[in-house]
Ligand binder design. Structure first.
Ligand code: GTP
Ligand code: MG
Length: 682
């Protein structure tokens, strides 16, 4: 499509993504100011932006969840999804991406942020989201910006395409040449750039840069290639068509320059979005949505607001969603939309039906989940996208400060997990703990703050308990005798147990070798139950595993013996036998796979070794230029807060996944401390 007729593409939805602190929220603010949606451009540092309006975001002066705001530009509505840059909150971005027509990747000339840029671009590549790069903070950049492509290209699988050429006054960037329009502009602070004549040296460099842009486009367009070879100046419309098409097809990633803080380059960005980004029709096609009589909408975020209750932020992909619409979720759930709202940061304003392309919040869809695909039809639709959260890396046990809040805490945690599927709530039946798994320290800190602020539950948190076990190293034969004579009926049970260690991972085995009915058949299951009772809490304070117990002998009393008496005898036998069987502590060892930029690999190895880890080796990470995978076996107790160190060694991008591998004996001072701590806790 050429430069005109854009309104046919309808309301747009654009994600603002990019590395931590690159200026996404500031860019949203600049866009809202430039399009007149706000009177004055606020700043993140002053806490006056439309984005980051939540108490937690303001407090940390960073985005901790996505913000949504719509504005009008040249007769079209644009909804921007300002996504957090921190890896710990990346799920908000990942789950929102299916809804968007395109993404603006806000980045900086900072080599330390290139790996993070790569992580984000990889996600966009995988979800096939057309993307622009917005090279921000140009007010701080110098002539080095000429190397931008060299610096940033390794992060992108698609060819980066410079759309603009910076122009300088001394070392300072004062404007740019638009290589598609072939026009020069001078930046004006908080005002549209001014067109200036393109002449002299600037014209020469423009010609070279433009040629290189066209060459990149011509890689995918034979006709353009021929024109370039024959020195024919391609028509401007053709260049715009190619830019638009190759962006949509994910062949190139155009790069624009600007300064969000000064509103420089923002108008050019908006125009590029208007002319070149696809609209909802193309997005629906990307997601496999077939238009029909029924409306289709994708839930990109769920919020539990303190006042308005549950809100589901959706993009309408086709059709119309009226107020009160009956919506069927992908798993067959049915909800009635109670209110359609326009979102503007923390504000929401009631409005009428939402048309295809619009991004709105729907009230009180009790069953709808983030990532759900809704339809006004009766039949559920298959989900248009399935975004699984990254495996969690850090856990905290939560308890209500006051007993009376226990139920409230459970409900609040479920709501948090509904808002943010990268939080996982696990109830550990063995330790009676409610464990919340998240993506990092800040992620869990924000969750804790939300429990108090939004749901009014004050909590205490603690690191989750490590799954220690114990076993024995020496076989023993032990008698267990239970005899009680207390008026009326007595109690009598008497067993002899052979207790033996088993190989690691065998669990528990019970056998009996009773001859001559010295323990009547019907009591034998009770003996086993008694033994199991005794194994729940071994002499070191932990559940006992990898033992075999054989009932070899015993005696009974015709009147006083009972199931209960034999159960007690079994328990006594094991409880008295275990301490003499050379008990030993077992700790869980996990197989850990750390991914990190290669320049951090040596540091990661050192961290693992410093935490009693056994390095198994490292490889280059498949499909990830400049990244490694480090494999190791590590004790669970050392993985607890490993993520904190890994993140700090990798400028925030390193991560890992782990799975249980085996139990290993732990002896010496470390074991003594664990046992002593356990005793003290009891
Ligand atoms: N010099 C300069 N500073 C900027 C510019 N844009 C943003 N900043 C500053 O960069 C810092 C981060 O800005 P934000 O807008 O919060 O960045 P963000 O990408 O939204 O950050 P997260 O969402 O937390 O990842 C703030 O201190 C901004 O004032 C810019 O164009 N020039
Ligand atoms: Mg932000």
């Amino acid at each position: 499509m050429a430069q005109n007729g854009n309104s046919q593409r309808g309301p747009r939805c654009i994600a603002l993504v990019g590395p931590f602190q690159s200026g996404k929220t500031t860019l949203l603010e600049a866009i809202l100011a430039r399009t007149g949606a706000v009177q004055r451009q606020g700043s993140v540092d002053a806490g006056t932006t439309v984005g980051d309006g939540s108490k937690e975001a303001r407090h940390h002066v960073m985005s901790v969840e996505l913000s949504v705001a719509s504005t009008d530009f040249m007769g079209d509505t644009y909804t921007f999804i300002d996504c957090p840059g921190s890896i710990e909150f990346i799920h908000d971005m990942r789950a929102a991406l299916p809804a968007v027509d395109a993404a603006v990747v806000v980045c900086e000339m900072d080599d330390k942020k290139v790996p993070q840029l790569q992580v984000i671009l990889r996600e966009l590549e995988e979800q096939k989201i057309p993307r622009f790069l917005f090279l921000n903070k140009i007010d701080k950049a110098d002539a080095g910006v000429h190397d931008a492509l060299n610096l940033l290209q390794p992060a992108s699988r698609q060819k980066l395409l410079m759309r603009q050429l910076p122009t300088f006054s001394g070392e300072i960037i004062t404007g740019f040449v638009d290589l598609a329009l072939e026009r020069a502009f001078v930046y004006k602070e908080h005002a549209p750039s001014e067109v200036v004549p393109l002449q002299g040296d600037a014209l020469d460099s423009e010609k070279t840069a433009r040629f290189s842009m066209l060459e990149t486009l011509a890689d995918h367009d034979d006709e353009l290639m021929e024109q370039l070879l024959e020195d024919i100046e391609p028509p401007r419309d053709k260049v715009f068509d190619d830019l638009s098409k190759e962006l949509r097809d994910g062949l190139v990633c155009p790069v624009l320059l600007g300064s969000a803080a000064r509103t420089n380059g923002v108008l050019r960005l908006l125009k590029a979005l208007r002319h070149e980004s696809p609209g909802v029709e193309a997005t629906a096609k990307r997601l496999g949505v077939k238009g029909g009589a029924d409306a289709v909408a994708y839930v990109l975020k769920t919020l539990h607001t303190a006042h308005g209750g549950k809100m589901s932020i959706v993009r309408v992909l086709s059709g119309t969603v009226p107020e009160g619409a009956q919506l069927t979720g992908a798993s067959g759930t049915a909800d009635r939309a109670s209110g359609v709202f326009k979102m503007f940061g923390q504000q929401s304003e009631k409005r009428g039906a939402a048309q295809a392309g619009e991004t709105v919040a729907l009230g009180k869809l009790d069953h709808a989940k983030t990532g759900d695909t809704l339809t006004t039809g009766k039949q559920p639709l298959p989900p248009v996208a399935e975004v699984k959260a990254y495996p969690p890396v850090l856990a905290l046990g939560f308890g209500a400060k006051e007993r009376k809040d226990d139920v409230k805490l459970g409900q609040a945690l479920n709501k948090l997990a509904e808002e943010d599927p990268s939080l996982t709530i696990v109830h550990n039946a063995e330790t009676q703990e409610i464990i919340t798994w998240g993506q990092g320290e800040m992620h869990l800190r924000v969750a804790t703050a939300r429990l108090a602020d939004r749901f009014g539950v004050a909590v205490v948190s603690h690191p989750p308990k490590v799954g220690y076990r114990e076993t024995i190293r020496k076989p023993i034969t032990q008698r267990g005798r239970h005899k009680k004579q207390s008026g009326g009926h007595g109690q009598f049970g008497d067993v002899v147990l052979d207790i033996k260690p088993l190989p690691r991972g065998s669990g528990f085995k019970f056998e009996e070798k009773i001859t001559g009915g010295v323990v009547p058949r019907n009591y034998i299951p009770s003996v086993e139950e008694g033994v199991i009772d005794g194994l729940k809490h071994g002499p070191l304070g932990f559940p006992v595993v990898d033992v075999a117990v054989t009932l070899i002998d015993g005696s009974y009393h015709t009147v006083d013996s009972s199931d209960q008496a034999f159960r007690t005898a079994g328990r006594i036998g094991i409880v008295e036998g275990l301490p003499q069987s050379s008990p030993v502590l077992l700790e869980p060892i996990h197989h850990v796979e750390v991914v990190c930029p290669s320049d951090a690999t040596a540091k990661i190895n050192a961290i693992i070794s410093g935490r009693r880890g056994q390095l198994l080796g490292f490889d280059t990470r498949e499909g990830w230029d400049g990244w490694d995978v480090v494999r190791a076996l590590m004790p669970e107790s050392e993985i607890g807060d490993l993520i904190v160190e890994v993140r700090s060694a990798t400028a925030g991008v390193g991560s890992y996944a782990f799975r249980f591998d085996h139990m290993a004996e732990l002896t010496g001072k470390q074991a003594d401390q664990i046992v002593a701590a356990r005793r003290a806790a009891e």
